[in-house]
Design a protein around this ligand. Structure first.
Ligand SMILES: O=C[C@H](O)COP(=O)(O)O
Length: 254
């Protein structure tokens, strides 16, 4: 379960949220489900200090990185810097970056490679807009984004990538894809990984669904064969909601 905080929370609020999450999830729950938070850059040091200091079983990462290692790139943050802060993950190619910062497939591919260079697991976001969905072109659209983002990678590298299917029309809109919609595309992603990199890699690569996931919808999404987890935005900065999402196995057990 990965919580993308987006551009929310100052470092004091970040501190409080991590403490609430850690206090509400016991060791068993944090062992059964990998819980990762993705704060803004300015909160990473705060989260690192808490996680290290209290030996919390919570992972963390960033929401973007530069394709470059260092140099005259004002405002950019490199994978090297993120790795030094103990990040394990970094989001790459989120639709908000594609939309507002005009990130194209080639840049996303170079960011995936930069992340892997510094031992960060890229959370690679792909997904179609409403027009593509309504035209029934969502599967080929998403597979083309996948192919472009993974271009030039070995099977071993692909296994470290976490693929997040996020239909753009479901992000922050309250419209969750149905579990069947999510499975259709996540299944197609796994099939494509199998064709391109082999069955073992397809099996080992984690595929998340993202788009208005809530405590009430997570269990039915997680019940789908090819949905291994969720990338959650808005609901991940609400401590109670997020804890309920991370406790999804309890909902299934009931
Ligand atoms: O990265 C997370 C996704 O953009 C989903 O955001 P959301 O849960 O607020 O719809």
């Amino acid at each position: 379960m990965a919580g993308n905080w987006k551009m929310n929370l100052n470092h004091l609020e970040a501190n409080l949220l991590v403490q609430k999450i850690a206090a509400s999830l016991n060791e068993q729950q944090l062992t059964d489900v990998e819980v990762v938070v993705l704060p803004s850059f300015t909160n990473l040091r705060t989260v690192q200090t808490l996680v290290d200091g209290d030996k919390l079983l919570i992972g963390y990462g960033a929401q973007d990185l530069s394709p470059h290692a260092k140099g005259a790139y004002t405002g950019e943050i490199s994978g090297l810097m993120l790795a030094k802060l103990g990040c394990q993950y970094v989001v790459v190619g989120h639709s908000e970056r594609r939309q507002y910062h005009h990130e194209d497939d080639a840049l996303v591919n170079s960011k995936v490679k930069a992340a892997l260079t510094y031992e960060l697991a890229p959370i690679l976001c792909i997904g179609e807009g409403l027009e593509v969905r309504e035209a029934g072109e969502h599967v080929p659209h998403v597979i083309a984004q996948l192919d472009a983002a993974l271009d030039g990678l070995t099977a071993a590298q692909v296994e470290r990538v976490v693929v997040a299917y996020e239909p753009v029309w479901a992000i922050g809109t309250g419209k969750t894809a149905t579990p069947e919609d999510a499975q259709e595309v996540c299944g197609a992603i796994r099939a494509r990984l199998g064709e391109a990199f082999g069955a073992t890699t397809a099996e080992r690569t984690r595929i998340l669904y993202g788009g208005s996931v809530k405590a009430t919808s997570v269990a039915s999404l997680m019940a789908q064969q090819d949905v291994d987890g969720a990338l959650v935005g808005g609901a991940s900065i609400d401590a109670e909601e997020w804890v309920q999402i991370c406790r999804f196995p309890d909902h299934i057990a009931r």
